[in-house]
Design a protein around this ligand. Structure first.
Ligand SMILES: C[S@@+](CC[C@H](N)C(=O)[O-])C[C@H]1O[C@@H](n2cnc3c(N)ncnc32)[C@H](O)[C@@H]1O
Length: 177
């Protein structure tokens, strides 16, 4: 059963990708990933905005920037991560989720611009969420939900400053510190 998911974002250009990489990070965190590794331009402002969310809402999610994507993916493989590349050309998620879940540690690779062809070979599995083009944010959220099989909805985010108490109507947020 999968215990840990990390996300590998291939490509980040400052300004242009700020919003989407931030959203990928927030989805990764909210759906239970422990970290996102971004192969691209180091973006301190994007990292800080995600860290502020972690400070306020809890958990231990980390954002890392790296230069050499091939070396990093090789090293993740050596550390026992099962590499799943999300691409519309891959095998379908609903037919792959069972096999993916057999791995304790999973790394979900998402692109921004076109990914290097070697990623298709380096990955243990290439997986699609529908066979239509859409977005890394959507592909990530659906895949994480499939792999964690809905258990992510009960995840506790410890150490934050506030917590939402779900309401039928209106908003209830309680301070924790
Ligand atoms: C907006 S797409 C850009 C794709 C890029 N223009 C290309 O030609 O490869 C960015 C990323 O979203 C993800 N993605 C988009 N559609 C997907 C799908 N149907 N299934 C899985 N992942 C998808 C992939 O990780 C892709 O690299």
């Amino acid at each position: 059963m999968t215990k840990e998911i990390i996300v590998f974002r291939y490509g980040h250009r400052i300004v242009r990708d700020y919003r989407v990489t931030s959203h990928c990070s927030l989805v990764a965190r909210a759906f239970g990933a422990s970290r996102i590794i971004v192969a691209g331009e180091e973006d301190k402002s994007m990292k800080k905005s995600v860290e502020e969310i972690v400070e306020n809402w809890g958990g231990k999610f980390k954002v890392e920037f790296i230069d050499d994507w091939k070396k990093e993916l090789g090293s993740l493989k050596d550390k026992g991560y099962y590499l799943v590349h999300l691409t519309m050309y891959g095998e379908q998620i609903h037919k792959s989720e069972e096999e993916i879940r057999k791995n304790e540690k999973v790394c979900l690779i998402i692109g921004s611009q076109k990914v290097d062809a070697d990623i298709y070979k380096l990955a243990h599995k290439n997986v699609s969420v529908t066979t239509q083009p859409h977005s890394e944010i959507a592909a990530l959220s659906v895949s994480m939900d499939r792999i964690f099989a809905g258990n992510e909805f009960d995840k506790k985010f410890l150490g934050g400053k506030k917590e939402i108490i779900p309401q039928k109507q209106g908003k209830k947020v309680i301070p924790l510190k």
